[in-house]
Write a protein of this length. Structure first.
Length: 471
């Protein structure tokens, strides 16, 4: 067996050397029109990040038109390095190509800029079912329809996306592509109840959310959406049950301050004033001071993307000492699917450094050193930019949550006051409050007695059995 392994390893090494030799010959020719072939040889040599600048340079000088070859090369490269590397290119350069993958890059770029009609225009609707980019293009197209409130088109496209993605998962030829397809499929699965929720079809949404398997990587974040669906159905005990799931130790990385807002709001709707006020007060105690530090911390970093990139790395290495709020936000980002994809690709790029060291000195090696440095610097900044964007998003969520908690606190006072006035006797002389016994409860009011025990197959299925005290 060892002899076979050595033989296969040697064969792989010989193939790599042959590809690099052909790449050297193409590069020495100095013809940029042949850069796609150069990129193909570099991909075959697993020099993905080193290949990026050569493909970008070709796209800058390439004639307008469609090319199946460029389409395939670009998709193979994007599978490894991610689409964001190419979003950095000027749109005028990208628009010269009719390659489906490039048009997808343009659509993503337009979507992030809020130019939804342009994004739809760029998506190639004539994609063959077996085209590599098809599942991702369907997710993007359905998402645009959903934002534009074109619900019928959105539902139809999300369903098609689920079907196409599911079939591709079985055919994926690499772990990276399989993971991308599974996450894409799952986002299409939950796209359907999201559209139904936006259309206020809460009964349908409640049922359809259950189509997402609990083993899905994105399932934990969807519990919050399910809780809102139950809230609008006025199934408040179910809402509380969904939210309490986030107290499970395995979900300690989840960062969503609005979970506590919905918790307080649900108790308020059940007229459980003390419970609601306790959630509000605890929120202020836990977050008010830390949030001031959070904002100062973000301000001190400015737009230095390298510093943002180092935050999570230093946190994992135990080198970063920050308050719990900042730490939890960074931990949440580190578990985010987009961050993981960006970071895994970056590590793949760093492996190329060692491969370059093993190359004999040549004009190509010098060029690859420069192109690899350029690509990795950009990718590091893309990671840093993503971390900064998420931290700023969390900052906005915290601000909104504090505003909501303030509203809830005032609303509790107002409703309790109204309740007291409603209890005034008919003669207007004998005043007394409602029976406060109804505001107390014991653990027996729960279907589950929580003593820190959580079972994986029951997470998300907890239901409270509290009695509403509203009159």
């Amino acid at each position: 067996m060892k002899k076979i392994i050595v033989t296969l390893a040697a064969l792989g090494s010989l193939c790599t050397e042959a590809s690099l030799e052909r790449a050297q010959q193409i590069y020495n020719g100095g013809d940029k029109n042949k850069y796609p072939q150069l990129v193909r040889e570099l991909i075959n040599s697993e020099m993905y990040f080193s290949a990026i600048p050569f493909l970008k340079e070709y796209l800058a000088v390439a004639p307008r038109g469609r090319s199946a070859e460029i389409d395939k090369i670009t998709d193979d490269l994007i599978t490894k390095v991610g689409v964001r590397q190419f979003e950095s290119l000027d749109s005028k350069i990208l628009e010269k190509s009719n390659a489906s993958t490039i048009r997808y890059v343009l659509a993503k770029k337009s979507f992030r800029a809020g130019k939804y009609d342009d994004a739809l225009r760029f998506i190639d609707r004539k994609l063959d079912d077996d085209h590599a980019i098809k599942p991702f293009a369907l997710l993007l197209e359905a998402s645009i329809y959903a934002v534009q409130k074109k619900n019928d088109e959105a539902l139809k496209t999300f369903k098609e996306c689920v079907s196409v993605s599911e079939s591709r998962v079985k055919e994926a030829n690499s772990p990276e592509r399989q993971r991308q397809l599974k996450i894409t499929r799952d986002y299409c699965v939950i796209g359907i109840p999201r559209v139904q929720f936006a259309a206020q079809a809460f009964d349908k949404a409640y049922s359809t959310y259950l189509d997402l398997e609990k083993t899905s990587y994105i399932w934990p974040e969807i519990l919050f959406e399910e809780a809102w669906t139950s809230f609008y159905l006025r199934d408040f005990n179910r809402t509380l049950g969904k939210l309490v799931t986030y107290k499970a130790p395995m979900f300690g990385y989840i960062f969503n301050p609005e979970i506590e807002v919905l918790n307080a709001l649900t108790y308020m709707e059940m007229c459980l004033w003390n419970d609601s006020k306790k959630v509000v007060d605890t929120f202020y105690v836990n977050y008010e001071k830390d949030f001031d530090d959070y904002r100062k911390f973000l301000s001190s970093l400015g737009k230095d993307y390298r510093q943002y990139y180092l935050l999570i790395k230093d946190l994992k290495d135990g080198k970063l000492k920050v308050n719990p709020l900042i730490g939890r936000a960074l931990l949440a980002i580190s578990r985010d699917a987009t961050y993981i994809e960006l970071f895994d690709a970056f590590n793949l790029g760093r492996e190329e450094i060692e491969r370059l060291k093993g190359m004999r000195d040549s004009s190509l090696k010098s060029a690859l050193n420069n192109s690899l440095r350029e690509s990795l610097t950009l990718h590091r900044n893309l990671i840093g930019g993503y971390i900064r964007g998420q931290l700023k998003l969390y900052e906005s969520q915290m601000i909104r949550s504090f505003e909501d908690m303030s509203y809830i606190k005032l609303e509790i006072l107002s409703r309790r006051k109204s309740e007291l006035y409603d209890d005034i006797s008919a003669d207007g002389l004998n005043r007394k409050r409602g029976d406060i016994v109804n505001l107390k409860r014991t653990d027996k009011q729960y279907f589950w007695n929580f003593n820190g025990e959580f079972w994986a197959d029951e997470l998300g299925d907890y239901v409270f059995s509290l009695k509403s005290e509203c009159r």
